[in-house]
Design a binder for this molecule. Structure first.
Ligand code: GLU
Length: 484
């Protein structure tokens, strides 16, 4: 008698540490399609083990963006399910129990090495041109002694006792067998001194307990996989099938990143890309239909999806192509009435207009003036000639550097409201000895393209972080490209 096949269960495990990334949507789409095609379940797990960088706002934004795209999950922190909780920060006791099992079975050990000692070891290894990694100091010590130190208040972590000989082998669905010498695998930390697990431990324990059958994730995690396989072996568990999708790349083959291009799903929504265009575009990144069609719905994608048709050739996240596709969607997939509705819901929504009107009404006499005065609230690019972005008495090179810092500061600013923008910009002036008016005018020009606008901080708040960021980055690019 043959047993029934295990039902497919896949997951994404985004870390809520910033804006919802287009890469998360790409991996989510492939997981979703695989689950739906095979009558399985698609799970959303929030991997918030980095206490300092995780935030509820970011978690909410990830969920909103995935919903906007139409990728819904069968189990997750908000919808529940039989394998919860689905937020790792709510599973700390589980990880503690499992890591204790590993210590008891001799597969893991406590370590009290300080950051200073680890830095020393690394320095020495680099000087001797040896591979860097933990040198096993506490692995060789008596655990009773190490535990006594921890009891008396020294912070301690738990590390995996990686075998010193042999190889670790696993199969990647797209790449075949991958073999790594165990000497190349570090004694990784599994459990931190703050009582939180590391990504490796939490990921493996959760995939096991949540019954994950296929791990479909980005190829940046391939180097972590041998560590995971060793962990599965230490627990005596079978590991899921690994499937590492190729990374999204810029046209110059570098990894997509916010330094070069917009990558936040919120940007694409605000800038007027249609959710079905974006999904279609992401589907094209590593998959091709047998009949080579380029335009398809999510249902078509699911129907035709096969892991065998995923190709590894570096997919290019080409914004020009996305734009072209969006145009086709507008013309071919939307009626005029739908476009009117879309504009009313998005660009000219009551909510957005209600934020703009109080800012601009002081300066206008008749309704037409709104268009001339407030156009930058609706425009795409607001580039002006780049010398406008220069700061008085500051060299161009230094100006560019300062804008880089400023953009980073604004990207991290939460909430992005007038009060916080005000204090961030003023603090920036103080920190870099700039006169506020020397900074505020070029910033105003970057985000609005105009010299005369409503108050800067309120204006930036209404424009929102994504628009400000994108406009400032384009201005910066123009400034860099400016002939000297
Ligand atoms: N937390 C990881 C991430 O942010 C999950 C990687 C995985 O899927 O194993 O993408």
């Amino acid at each position: 008698m043959t047993s029934a096949p295990t039902p497919v269960r896949v997951r994404i495990g985004p870390s809520p540490t910033g804006d919802p990334h287009v890469g998360t949507a790409y991996v989510a789409l492939f997981n979703y399609a695989f689950a739906k095609k095979n009558g399985g379940k698609f799970i959303l797990r929030i991997e918030d083990t980095d206490q300092k960088r995780s935030s509820p706002d970011s978690e909410q934004a990830i969920m909103n963006s995935l919903r906007w795209l139409g990728l819904s999950w069968d189990e997750g922190p908000d919808v529940g399910g039989s394998h919860g909780p689905y937020r790792q920060s709510e599973r700390l006791n589980i990880y503690r129990d499992y890591v204790n099992q590993l210590v008891e079975s001799g597969h893991a050990y406590w370590c009290t090495c300080t950051q200073e000692r680890l830095a020393e070891v690394r320095k020495r290894q680099l000087a001797l041109k040896q591979p860097t990694g933990y040198d096993g100091h506490c692995r060789e010590r008596s655990q009773t002694e190490v535990l006594a130190e921890i009891q008396s208040g020294t912070p301690g972590v738990i590390r995996l006792k990686t075998p010193h000989t042999g190889q670790t082998r696993f199969n990647d669905f797209f790449r075949g067998d991958i073999v790594i010498e165990n000497t190349e695998v570090d004694d990784q930390v599994l459990f931190k001194s703050d009582g939180f697990p590391t990504y490796h431990l939490a990921n493996v324990v959760d995939d096991r307990l949540m019954g994950i059958t296929h791990v479909i994730r980005g190829e940046e995690w391939i180097s972590s996989t041998p560590k995971h396989v060793l962990l599965y072996q230490a627990f005596g568990w079978q590991h899921p099938q690994f499937c590492h999708l190729p990374l999204l790349r810029n046209a110059d083959k570098s990894k997509v990143s916010k330094r070069k291009n917009p990558v936040s799903l919120e940007y694409f929504r605000e800038a007027g890309y249609l959710p079905d265009t974006l999904l279609n575009f992401l589907g094209l990144m590593a998959f091709s239909f047998e009949d080579a069609r380029e335009i398809f719905t999510l249902e078509d994608f699911v129907q035709n999806f096969k892991l065998e048709r995923v190709s590894l050739g570096g997919p290019v996240f080409d914004l020009q192509k996305l734009l072209w596709l969006n145009g086709r969607y507008l013309r071919e997939k939307r009626t005029d009435a739908q476009i009117v509705q879309y504009l009313q819901d998005q660009l000219f929504s009551t909510e957005y207009l209600s934020q703009i009107v109080p800012l601009v009404k002081e300066r206008v006499e008749k309704s037409e003036d709104f268009v001339a005065y407030a156009d930058f609230f609706f425009a795409g690019s607001v580039l002006v000639s780049p010398e406008n972005y220069l700061m008085k008495d500051v060299e161009r090179k230094r100006t560019i550097e300062l804008y880089e810092f400023l953009i980073e500061k604004l990207e991290a600013l939460r909430p992005f409201d007038a009060t916080h923008i005000d204090s961030a910009l003023r603090a920036f002036c103080l920190e870099h000895a700039l006169k506020s008016r020397d900074l505020f005018m070029p910033v105003r020009l970057m985000v609005t393209g105009k010299k005369a606008t409503p108050p800067l901080f309120e204006t930036m708040a209404v424009l929102g972080r994504e628009r400000c960021r994108t406009r400032m980055r384009s201005a910066l690019q123009a400034l860099r490209a400016m002939p000297v």
